[in-house]
Design a protein around this ligand. Structure first.
Ligand code: NAG
Ligand code: NAG
Ligand code: NAG
Ligand code: NAG
Ligand code: NAG
Length: 345
């Protein structure tokens, strides 16, 4: 409960004007609540409060995979019909975190123990697992329906709490994983299972004086840069990296002053960031200008958004939510977690 209280404290500390200030200037395409609600539709929602969608990954067949924090599960939702189904449940764990494609229709998933009641992770419980959909039947329908083959890539007993994950280059076979309390990025070779710390910096550490030790959270690689969110520092940052994912430039703060969870970054460097307790998705230009895409501090449109995933054409944004568990809207409103489709263009 200590951790929950700290979130509320953190929110109370935010300038009240933040949600409606010029900083959050509303898009021309969503200048009224009506216009906004038209381009946001729920694809799938769980029946129960407490369900918590954590991260998203697109499959090449257009379906969307998502991980749950309140169960050690990966689900799939058909983005045309909204039909959702359980894809895999991992034994010996409570939660799934980051998910990323590492080869054609092969995905890596961060699995570990975390309490959605106390927000406490179990240090030493984290591993990276593989879900291989590529060995299904030869017909497209069979592949789409097939359950993937699951296997372990690596256990990381030294990790404190693994969180978001992104693929580095296909050639390197590396995935990069945020360790939120440690303030570091691990790299894991998905072929050999070798791992080590690739990056660490003050911008990745949890903010001082916060009971919730949540620093670096989501990450994405675009061109030669690793983009990352640092939650309790309220910063969105990037660092240039070399071919082994070591720092090759300064750690830069692109934007700050909001609570970033997981995000996606388009090829031109435009970021879409879920702000979890602030109940919104914001767009950040490469120069750091912030605008509101959907939701809002006092809006019940997308309570507790945790993650964003852009389609390759950049026209659609999928958003996962926790239903507002971390900080109920207006202190009271919660709903079951859901996956939302936002049409951007
Ligand atoms: C969605 O799933 C239900 C139940 O499995 C099935 O009856 C229905 O045909 C599916 N809808 C589509 C559009 O695939
Ligand atoms: C993680 O959680 C699972 C399921 O509750 C439990 O069986 C396992 O012992 C836990 N592992 C650790 C390291 O606490
Ligand atoms: C469960 O996880 C713990 C900690 O990650 C590990 O030590 C143990 O071997 C695992 N047990 C099984 C049955 O996989
Ligand atoms: C980064 O890691 C090095 C080596 O473990 C350590 O000495 C340093 O204090 C770390 N820096 C930060 C900002 O955590
Ligand atoms: C979820 O919780 C809220 C209040 O916290 C309640 O109003 C709502 O009915 C619950 N929804 C479900 C599906 O249980």
């Amino acid at each position: 409960m200590r951790f929950h209280a700290s979130w509320i404290g953190l929110l109370a500390a935010l300038p009240q004007a933040l949600a409606s200030s010029a900083l959050y200037s509303t898009d021309s395409t969503s200048s009224s609540l009506n216009a906004e609600s038209k381009h946001v539709e729920t694809l799938y929602q769980f029946p129960n409060n407490g369900s918590w969608v954590d991260n998203l990954a697109l499959r090449s067949d257009g379906s969307l995979l998502f991980t749950l924090l309140d169960a050690p599960e990966v689900w799939s939702v058909n983005t045309a019909s909204g039909n959702a189904s359980l894809v895999h449940s991992f034994p010996n764990a409570t939660s799934c975190f980051g998910i990323t494609e590492i080869d054609d229709d092969v995905f890596a998933v961060v699995v570990g123990n975390f309490s959605t009641k106390t927000y406490k992770p179990t240090a030493g419980s984290f591993s990276v697992q593989k879900l291989d959909f590529s060995r299904g039947g030869s017909k497209k329908e069979d592949r789409t329906l097939a359950h993937p083959a699951a296997s372990k890539i690596a256990a990381l007993p030294e990790a404190q709490a693994l969180n978001g994950m992104t693929s580095f280059t296909r050639k390197s076979h590396l995935v990069l994983i945020a360790d939120s309390p440690k303030g570091a990025v691990w790299k894991v070779n998905t072929k050999t299972g070798d791992y080590g710390v690739a990056l660490n910096d003050t911008t990745m550490l949890p903010a001082e004086g916060q009971a919730l030790p949540l620093g670096i959270n989501g990450l994405r690689v675009v061109d030669d840069y690793l983009y990352y969110s640092s939650t309790t520092r309220m910063q969105f940052c990037r660092v240039k990296v070399d071919h082994e994912a070591n720092a090759a430039g300064d750690y830069e703060v692109i934007a700050s002053g909001f609570l970033p969870d997981n995000m996606d970054v388009a090829s031109d460097g435009t970021a879409y960031i879920a702000t979890d307790p602030q109940n919104s998705v914001v767009r950040i230009t490469p120069k750091g200008q912030i605008s509101l895409v959907a939701g809002g501090q006092l809006s019940t449109q997308i309570p507790g958004p945790t993650s964003c995933r852009l389609t390759p054409d950049g026209k659609t944004l999928y958003v996962g939510t926790s239903g507002g568990q971390v900080a109920p809207v207006l202190g009271t409103f919660k709903e079951p977690g859901k996956v939302v489709k936002i049409t951007l263009a």
